[in-house]
Design a protein around this ligand. Sequence first.
Ligand SMILES: [Zn+2]
Length: 89
Amino acid sequence: MAHTKKVGSAGRFGPRYGVKIRKTVKRIEEKQKAKMVCPRCGAKAVKRVGSGIYQCRKCGAIFAGGAYTIVTIVGEEVRKSLEAKRGSA
Ligand SMILES: [Zn+2]
């Protein structure tokens, strides 16, 4: 864990995206570890049960979109960040 500094699990991205993005990733991933709201029944009972697999403890619905969702969110943040940099340069 010597090189992860303050960014925790987001340290795997290295210096590529900048501290702000990595902190965003860390925040999102911490959120993903916590229970999420079920898009089917609305209960805050969705737990990660595998790689990118989430299951609602209340209605039993299984979602496979977790891994994809985080990639999408991060990609969007990176894109916005790059556009902002370009705009101010
Ligand atoms: Zn549910």
